[in-house]
Design a protein around this ligand. Sequence first.
Ligand code: 5GP
Length: 134
Amino acid sequence: MTMASIFSKIISGEIPSYKVAESEAFYAFLDINPMAKGHTLVVPKEEVDYYFDLSNDTLSKMSVFCKDVAKAIEKVVECERVGVAVLGLEVPHAHVHLIPITTLEDLNFSRPKLKLSKSEFETIAENIQKELLK
Ligand code: 5GP
């Protein structure tokens, strides 16, 4: 038996997270080291390391789930649009980064990350959740 990934522990609630959305198959929460306010990670509950090893069915459904979350982020955070990135260099559990961007530099992962307070994270997550319920 393999050990649960850090993201599986987040999905199960063993590790806390600022959740923004959840479905039967996917979980979305704020990145703890955000590139921008509203930087969200979308993960399949199924524990697969490499994004491109996900089934066609999961990938298609995940795109639609990401779209809904991105549309909600756009309404909460001032940005030109929501950028999408898939890296997986740090956490071996497939995930998509949804990042509010205005310039190319906003997608530079080498830049220092934002430091947000607990209440800032909570407010952003709540506002995105509310948009998704509209
Ligand atoms: P990647 O695997 O795509 O290169 O990067 C993993 C991302 O997950 C990073 O942006 C990092 O900040 C985020 N991350 C890693 N551990 C945690 C965690 O415990 N909680 C949250 N919310 N984000 C995490």
